[in-house]
Design a protein around this ligand. Structure first.
Ligand code: S3P
Length: 433
């Protein structure tokens, strides 16, 4: 699907964004292995989370969807059934990696596969620690890439120092740790998102993490569990989706927008910190807790931005927002340097390459290295034709750049936004003119 976008002169409104993708995945996974029925409200009906639902249905869990409410009839920790054919995770890295942790401990074998992007993403980062726990995981290339063939085994606890800060890897190990015969401790070089930990805690699992210090390693210990208990999960709006609208409002003249009920877990709010450092007019109000997750309303007004340098512990806290941060940087005064971002090379696409390709189409000045992006801000972008090659966040970043550019823009294959933000283009159309 090709979408044509023309510039907007301002953006105003009070909106909500779809549910958090990371929390939606975890809600289905954990309530599937919990005891009894769980109602999940605000679930993200995006393609990735629907893949998670489809996989758990194949594993024998009864899951009903009505509107944005999902009802899961938990089968307990040992009630999953062997699927009759390989499970397809689609485009979802979170599904394949977290599910590997659960399947490693089951009494049956499963094959996990996905689309072309998934088949090219690194899997050894989960295979290696799960093998250390006793799991048997193979693939045609020895576990480097999917499809993964997982033979469930009795697992034991490990002490594992993760080479990269990754919530998907950490969560896979924690989920396997639920089933192990002794506690498991994981240390990350910097804290990554901790939604799995918070949800497990809310389900009465014994789990303990170091105090949050963004610039230090963080260790988390999980003890083997007998059962998970849950009844209701309210999923906050996804800050990663909100970031696109926040950026549009910051950069469009005479704009003001409020986004209600957004998750502001501190392991996810690097984008707000970075934007405030760039000079953004952002206000957080109405803070509260939903199932241990912090939620708030975010208001943003047109802002004059300047370039910044970011590196180290903030990177995992805004890793998914770098495509849209790069758009903001391309219109900020001065230079923005994003360092230590080598993980972007192994996302849904090589995002260092994809960001620079997309922004150069809009006439921005971008340089890259193996692990960094350097953007010299300009006062104007120019409309263009661009192809995000199936990467949802690159497509949405391009759409926001298009709102701010001179002239019209066309985006090829724009339907990929459905992966994380169903209704994205309709929402953009409804905001200002
Ligand atoms: C996610 C973790 C991050 C993030 C991804 C979702 C999660 O990936 O980029 O979009 O839900 O755990 P990594 O764990 O690979 O950093």
């Amino acid at each position: 699907m090709k979408i044509n976008i023309s510039p907007k002169s301002h953006i105003r409104g009070s909106i909500t964004v779809p549910g958090d993708k990371s929390i939606s995945h975890r809600a289905v996974m954990l309530s599937s292995i919990a005891d009894g029925i769980t109602y999940i409200d605000g679930f993200l009906m995006g393609a990735d989370c629907l893949s998670t639902i489809a996989c758990f249905k194949e594993l024998g869990v009864s899951i009903d969807v009505s509107g944005d409410r999902v009802c899961v009839q938990g089968v307990g920790m040992h009630g999953l059934k062997p699927p009759t054919h390989p499970l397809d995770v689609g485009n979802s890295g979170t599904t394949i990696r977290l599910l590997s942790g659960i399947l490693a401990a089951q009494h049956f074998s499963t094959t996990l596969t996905g689309d072309a992007s998934i088949l090219s993403r690194p899997m050894m980062r989960v295979v290696e620690p799960l093998r250390q726990m006793g799991a048997e995981i193979n693939s045609p290339d020895g576990g480097i890439h999917a499809p993964l063939i997982i033979h469930g085994k009795p697992l034991h606890g490990i002490n594992y120092a993760m080479p990269v800060a990754s919530a998907q890897v950490k969560s896979a190990i924690l989920l396997a740790g639920l089933y192990a015969d002794s506690p498991t401790t994981i240390t990350e070089p910097y804290p990554s998102r901790d939604h799995t930990e918070l949800m497990l805690k809310a389900m009465d699992v014994r789990i303990l993490a170091d105090e949050l210090d963004f610039e230090s390693p963080r260790s988390t210990t999980i003890w083997p569990a007998q059962a998970l208990h849950c009844a209701h999960i309210n999923v906050p709006g996804d800050i990663s989706s909100a970031a696109f609208i926040i950026t549009a409002a910051m950069l469009c003249p005479e704009s003001h927008i409020t986004i209600q009920d957004v998750g502001i877990n501190p392991t996810r709010t690097g984008i707000l910190d970075a934007y405030k450092d760039m000079g953004a007019d952002i206000t957080i109000s109405n803070r509260r807790l939903w199932n241990m997750e912090e939620v708030a309303d975010i208001s943003v007004a047109t802002s004059r931005l300047h370039g910044i340098t970011i590196s180290g512990g903030i990177i995992p806290r805004l890793i998914d927002e770098i495509p849209i941060l790069a758009v903001a940087a391309s219109l900020a005064e001065g230079t923005t340097v994003i360092k230590d971002a080598q993980e972007l090379r192994v996302k849904e696409s090589d995002r260092i390459a994809a960001i620079s390709h997309m922004l150069r189409n809009f006439g921005a000045e971008v340089d890259t290295t193996d692990d960094s992006i350097i953007i010299k801000g300009k006062s104007r972008l120019k409309g263009c034709h661009t192809n995000p090659k199936g990467d949802h966040r690159i497509a949405m970043a391009a759409a926001i750049a298009a709102l701010l550019a001179d002239g019209n823009t066309s985006i090829e294959g724009a339907e990929c936004v459905e992966v994380s933000f169903p209704g994205f283009f309709e929402l953009l159309n409804s905001l200002g003119y």
